[in-house]
Design a binder for this molecule. Structure first.
Ligand code: NAP
Length: 250
């Protein structure tokens, strides 16, 4: 633990639980103040708030559906009102749905794309003018390894996660000359509410496919985010970091 992020402000979407919670705690442990963004689980978001306040950092908790531009505008105003600055934007909020492509309704398709891809676009767009003004900032999109491998049970999720790579690269090109780095992380299996094992996908079979023979933990992803927000990654932009215990290798 360092105080490297003292007086920095991070917006972490989907920080009420899972990977987003891990990211919020890791950045706070290193001195950042945190805007916890959640959609529905206020109680869980408040628990994360309490943990961060116990570390001595400032926190705001904002209910915001990242797919709705009016909510995102409110998120932007809340952060600016509290701190007048943002240093790190972590687009982590995401949903998925296990269905074959031919079973998906148009509504299913749009819901997943709206949250996972449009949400990252809207949140990034909201905070970019401020980062451009101060010529500094770090933006990290949480994608997925399925963007590289494809998946046979949720094409809309995989497409949204692939879109995040293109978004990261294009944002990186636009913003590289303005002191703003934009990167993506592609997690493998991480032990959260999102990942469910059953007779069709038994845990022991999944572990066989992972060279390190363990599921990732939220902190594994959070440490990569911390690196991408730190001075150690100053010369890294438009890249994807795979954090997956060796599940896929590029
Ligand atoms: P999770 O445990 O299901 O948590 C999802 C988080 O996103 C929750 O905090 C939820 O808030 C929030 N969220 C969902 N829809 C939202 C919306 N419309 N607006 C704002 N927040 C919203 O998922 P996770 O496993 O931590 O996943 C986090 C990210 O990592 C996702 O983008 C996911 O696709 C990606 N990922 C996960 C894995 C994995 O194995 N777990 C692998 C690869 C990539 P509420 O609780 O308030 O609803």
């Amino acid at each position: 633990m360092t105080r490297e992020f003292e007086n920095k402000v991070a917006v972490v979407t989907g920080a009420s639980r899972g990977i987003g919670k891990g990211i919020a705690l890791e950045l706070a442990r290193n001195g950042a103040n945190i805007a916890i963004v959640y959609r529905s689980e206020e109680e869980k978001a408040r628990l994360v708030q309490a943990e961060i306040e116990n570390m001595g950092q400032e926190v705001i908790v904002v209910k915001c559906d990242v797919s709705k531009s009016e909510d995102v505008a409110r998120l932007h105003d809340s952060v600016m009102e509290k701190w007048g600055q943002v240093d790190f934007v972590i687009n982590n909020a995401g949903i998925h749905q296990h269905l074959k492509s031919w079973e998906l309704s148009e509504e299913d398709w749009h819901r997943v794309l709206d949250v996972n891809l449009t949400g990252a676009f809207l949140v990034t767009k909201a905070f970019t003018p401020h980062m451009l003004g101060k010529k500094a900032g770090r933006i990290v999109h949480i994608s997925s390894c399925v963007a590289f491998t494809g998946t046979d049970h949720e094409v809309h999720y995989a497409a949204s996660k692939g879109g995040l790579f293109s978004l990261a690269k294009s944002h990186a090109l636009e913003l590289a000359g303005h002191g703003i780095n934009v990167n993506a992380i592609a997690p493998g299996y991480v032990e959260t509410d999102m990942v469910v094992f059953d007779e069709v996908h038994p845990l022991d079979e999944v572990l066989e496919t992972i060279p390190q023979h363990r599921l990732g933990q939220p902190q594994d992803i959070a440490r990569a985010v911390k690196f991408l927000c730190s001075a150690d990654s100053n010369y890294i932009t438009g890249q994807v970091i795979h954090v997956n215990g060796g599940l896929i290798m590029y």
